[in-house]
Design a protein around this ligand. Sequence first.
Ligand code: C5P
Length: 285
Amino acid sequence: MTLQNLPADVQAFLAPAKLNLMLHITGRRDDGYHLLETVFTFIGLYDTVYLRCRDDGDIVLHTLIDGVDAEQDLSVRAARILQQASGSKCGADVWVEKRIPMGGGLGGGSSDAATVLLALNHLWQTQLSREALMALGLQLGADVPVFIFGRNSFASGIGEELSELSIPNQWYVVVKPDVHVSTPKIFAHERLTRDSAPSIIRVFPRVQPLRNDMQAVVCEEYPEVAKALAKLNQFGHALMTGSGACVFLACETEAAAREVCAQVATEYEAYCVAGLDQHPLSTLK
Ligand code: C5P
């Protein structure tokens, strides 16, 4: 069963992408994980996760990603972790329709996993709290909890200490350079800045320009990212999201974003998207 011939009884759940509007690295834990401060915003670029309950307890992913074993897929791992934590005997058929570029710092895989946790908690009626789901999500990756939290956030710790943040309504042009950045390689880089001062107050930083502490090292290692940044910087102050490779520019209006997007789309895979006030599943119970 492919995405073209889905059974009639599947249910669809959205998984939005995120941007890191700033990212500061403030230290390193004993286990090697980095302490950071970041602002997450959800954006109107979505994968869709289709789910159907199974009685036999199996978790079956019907949309395999090239080179990723089904059991390693974050969506499958999310379903299994929920089965274990809740003791549910239910299984699920899973289809993921990808629109969020993979490996781009947009959180697509993490968001899919969060949507699986939220949606199966609902469909299986396992009734775990959001806090419990966030703790499960953290086992899958540092970027998973924010999608379960469901609000634009200021994050600290390794990205799991979250407080809701109000972010001005903005549009974004997101550009995907044709390169894959290795997140572990960048976090392990000897020239990565790890000593940014922690913030005192958790508000959307008004001090411009915002920065991403991983950007300099990524640009050094992946000139394609530097090139895409230079292109977007012609129109304003562009920034990399997460550990890249995607870069973005915030615009005040849709018209301004569309104009910039049209100009960069001749050379790059580019998206013109609105910031979201909240995650589309933020009220799912
Ligand atoms: O959590 P996630 O699987 O996305 O992290 C991928 C890798 O990035 C980790 O194995 C770790 O090496 C590094 N990382 C880090 N500090 C973080 C998040 C990730 O060092 N806060």
